[in-house]
Unconditional design. Sequence first.
Length: 168
Amino acid sequence: MDPTNGNFKYPGFGGFGNPPAANPRVKIINDLYMSVFGRKPDGVSLNFYINQKDFDENVVRKQMIESTEHKNLIANREKVEELNQKVDELNGELKNINNIITDKNVEIEELNKLLNIKSGEISKIREELKGVIQNQKTEINELNEINAKSASLVDKIKGLIKNLLGKS
């Protein structure tokens, strides 16, 4: 590799630069890389496969499929599928939770409306009770006055009876 410009050297293809597009191995290797790894080959890998003495597409495919990179991709794919399934499950649970929250919010709104109605009724009852209590206090005061007058009258009647009895 030329450290100044990042180009790879392809022996047998004229020095630094890209390999000639006419080389049929380039297309085969690019296609294999895309189908096996889902990416284009890096320069070192492309150089390796282009320069294989006994190039055989099936052998190269088998090497790629048996590579650690491919095995890791397969393992990671399975993990991704498991994680995607878990995400789907969690999204379902989240949807259920959101529905429950929506239902609970509606319920809370209804309960708040009822609470406001009850609070209004309680306020009315308190006002009515204040009036009743005030009336009762007035009646008690009136009864106390009557009792006081009655006591005074009883005392006067007792005095009269005493005087009448004492004079006879």
